[in-house]
Design a protein around this ligand. Structure first.
Ligand code: FE
Length: 249
């Protein structure tokens, strides 16, 4: 059985929100699917450990913000790599609210859905929620962000509690360096200082790779800046982890 067949499935990338009394949370999910058109049913699958799961259980509704392709990694990082139990994600963005008061995004978003949960299905580590559409809006036309674009173009990863987590891409699990046909790779003939300047570092939380060849232009770090020369206040642009925790590749 080649489980990599699962990687060929295509999906979008969404921010799923929930509300219970005056508590709010939202998280990234790529498991939103329209199930039927009459009635308009939509499903989403959420990890049972997530705060959003807790609030959907209590509140009985979920919202779906449809991310646009220009959504920055920082925005995805806020909702994909932090827990609403530890940080108030909505202090970092300006949400708008659906008709039943659920938080949804406006910036970098094509529109939103709001659904009332009709049925919950146990799915091992996750719960599959089936909801009926109760509110929806389109902000503007554009390209929706797909998981493939996030993964291949934005170089994003899935956190461990996502149904699409890929263990072999976990930066904390390093494969042995090998050359052709499994032989040890030859030691590159690069001077030690030059090699250090070009050394790439991986965030242990989200998998973001800092590559000196690219720098971090979105945060005024020009290409050619070695990891050790990063500004003192620089943090992982996806999940805000401190660089001291990064690991050399
Ligand atoms: Fe990170």
């Amino acid at each position: 059985m080649n489980t990599k067949a699962l990687y060929t499935l295509s999906s979008g990338l969404y921010v799923v929100g929930a509300k219970a009394s005056d508590l709010y949370d939202a998280q990234v999910a790529n498991t939103v699917v329209q199930l039927s058109s009459d009635p308009k049913l939509v499903s989403v699958c959420i990890n049972k450990n997530n705060y959003t799961h807790e609030l959907i259980e209590q509140g009985g509704y979920f919202s779906v913000s449809v991310l646009s392709q220009d959504a920055p990694m920082e925005l995805i990082g806020v909702f994909g790599f932090h827990s609403g139990r530890e940080v108030d994600k909505f202090t970092m963005v300006n949400p708008v609210y659906t008709i039943h008061g659920l938080p949804v995004l406006h910036e970098h978003c094509l529109g939103y859905l709001e659904c009332q949960v009709l049925q919950s299905v146990d799915a091992a580590t996750h719960t599959l929620y089936i909801g009926q559409l109760t509110d929806a809006a389109v902000y503007h036309q554009g390209e929706a962000l797909t998981y493939a674009y996030y993964h291949e173009i934005k170089k994003g990863r899935s956190p461990k509690n996502a149904p699409t987590y890929r263990a072999e891409e976990d930066p904390t699990v390093k494969p042995a360096a090998t050359g052709s046909y499994g032989k040890p790779a030859a030691t590159p003939a690069v001077p030690a200082q030059a090699a250090a300047d070009l050394q790439r570092y991986t965030c242990p939380i989200c998998g973001y790779i800092y590559d000196p060849a690219e720098g971090d232009p979105a945060h005024d770090v020009p290409a050619g800046t070695s990891f050790t020369a990063l500004p003192a206040d620089w943090v992982c642009p996806v999940c805000s982890t401190y660089p001291s925790l990064f690991e050399a590749e």
